[in-house]
Ligand binder design. Structure first.
Ligand SMILES: Cc1ncc(COP(=O)(O)O)c(C=O)c1O
Length: 459
């Protein structure tokens, strides 16, 4: 495994994507009695592995569209959650789940119309050669299966991933998630490369060229060491790496190279999929890439646990022709009802075009704010996926981790929910439900401006 940078300015060494914005037990004394009691009960009954957001965790009880309410009745604008993709508590998804749950919920060993209808509808959004799909419950399961299918098809073991990638929580997938490398052993065959950092390389073209060179070096290393290439797995929005949507086509040459050298490309669509980037329905489609395997999750069921692995038939059959597969909950009629409703709502409400429009306006406004706040080093993204990178100086581009962590707390106090990503936890991740409206934007700009001013004054 190649070396990766560590220092992130938090004073806590390398922290994973799960820990950048997280409640620390040392902050317990500042909590109100109810929050303190819930935190204590969680620790007692859930164990120590769970992480809460924020120094003062939020207790959410209700949501609608891009808004959520806490236990005291305070309303927040949700700029963070892509799982309720078409909006919190969307009535059509709720109704579809309720109707199917009241009728029947079994598993995939009986015939049911819903699974074949949804499979056909989902595959119609993908390139013609991606023509089969299997259903699971989480993105982790989808990636676990994809990694195994890719290995069966290529006969290789070695995957290439980016240095802060998170692909999920199973043993195999954790071992291919370098964001967990401070606590998990990485796969012995894994090769880790830098993401296409458009900010530090200065342009998508330069970032794409550096990414291609990194993939080429990794493949060379795999071949020289006697390992065999299995492929490249990437979230094409590089969200945990710091959000590098870049320009369409930025990573296409790198994927072509993987194919030319006998590997598969696994497009992890858990983040960019289902219209989020506005420019295409899928992240890979923005780049004009023909993937071999496509994994889906989070936004697919608007909160109902449903995920999938779509594949080119000849790739999938290297695995499925010899192995039976059963997943107790994956693809059950209720999961399919939720997923179908989400797909229908995205189409009927024109949410892809909406994401393109509102996301573009959001980044325009953030770029205006950068005119008055030197700490905003970069505003980047596509559709309703935006990264706002905070730096100590625009020349050195050194991450302003402390400021970013303080800023999300300030925004929380101003009733805006967001979080951070990237290896230094200094990139604000603005990834709201697609229901965010243009009329919500002034509230965001005002809160950010006010929060930054107050932090700059106290610095
Ligand atoms: C890019 C990516 N892939 C996979 C996963 C894992 O999905 P899940 O939490 O549903 O297992 C995540 C979760 O954050 C993710 O961001």
């Amino acid at each position: 495994m190649t070396d990766r940078g560590t220092g992130n300015g938090t004073g806590r060494g390398h922290v994973s994507i799960l820990e950048g914005n997280s409640y620390q037990p040392a902050d317990a004394a500042q909590l109100g009695p109810r929050a303190r009691s819930l935190v204590e009960q969680r620790e007692r009954s859930l164990g120590a592995a769970y992480r809460l957001f924020y120094r003062h965790p939020v207790e959410l009880v209700r949501g609608q569209g891009a808004r959520v309410w806490d236990a005291d009745g305070s309303e927040y604008l949700d700029l963070y959650n892509n799982v309720p993709s078409v909006g919190h508590a969307h009535p059509r998804v709720t109704e579809a789940v309720h109707r199917q749950m009241s009728q029947l919920n079994t598993h995939t060993r009986y015939l049911h119309e819903a699974i074949v209808r949804y499979a056909g509808d989902l595959l119609a959004t993908m390139p013609a050669e991606v023509d089969q799909v299997m259903f699971v419950c989480t993105g982790s399961e989808a990636n676990d299966l994809a990694l195994r299918v890719g290995r069966a098809y290529t006969g290789g073991l070695a995957y290439i991933v980016t240095s802060e990638a998170y692909h999920g929580n199973t043993a195999l997938v954790s071992a291919h998630s370098p964001s967990l490398s401070n606590v998990e052993a990485m796969d012995p065959a894994l090769r880790v490369i830098a993401p296409p950092d458009t900010y530090r390389h200065g342009s998508p073209e330069a970032a794409g060229a550096a990414f291609l060179a990194a993939v080429e070096r990794a493949i060379g290393d795999i071949e020289a060491s006697g390992d065999k290439l299995a492929g490249l797995i990437a979230d094409t929005s590089f969200s945990s790496d710091g959000i590098y949507t870049g320009a369409p086509g930025m990573i296409t040459a790198a994927v072509d190279l993987v194919h030319a050298r006998g590997g598969v490309f696994i497009a992890d669509e858990v983040q960019p999929g289902f219209a989020r980037t506005g420019e295409a329905f899928w992240g890979f489609a923005r780049h004009g890439i023909a993937p071999d395997l496509v994994t889906t999750g989070k936004p697919m069921g608007n909160g109902f646990p449903v995920a999938g692995l779509a594949a080119r038939r000849e790739v999938l059959s290297a695995y499925s022709a010899t192995r039976p597969y059963f997943n107790t909950f994956g693809g059950n009629p209720v999961a399919m009802a939720a997923a179908q409703a989400v797909l229908d709502v995205i189409r009927d409400e024109g949410l892809q075009a909406h994401a393109l429009d509102v996301g573009g306006q959001l980044r325009d406004g953030l770029r205006s704010l950068a005119g008055t706040h030197e700490s905003i080093g970069d505003v980047r993204g596509a559709g309703l996926y935006t990264g706002l990178e905070l730096v100590l100086s625009r020349d050195a581009k050194e991450p302003a981790t402390g400021l970013a962590l303080d800023l999300i707390e300030e925004l929380r106090e101003r009733r805006i929910l967001t979080s951070v990503c990237g290896p230094a936890s200094n990139v604000l991740k603005l990834r709201p439900p697609l229901a965010l409206a243009a009329s919500d934007l002034p509230r965001i700009f005002e809160a950010l401006d006010g929060a930054l001013r107050s932090l700059e004054k106290s610095a």
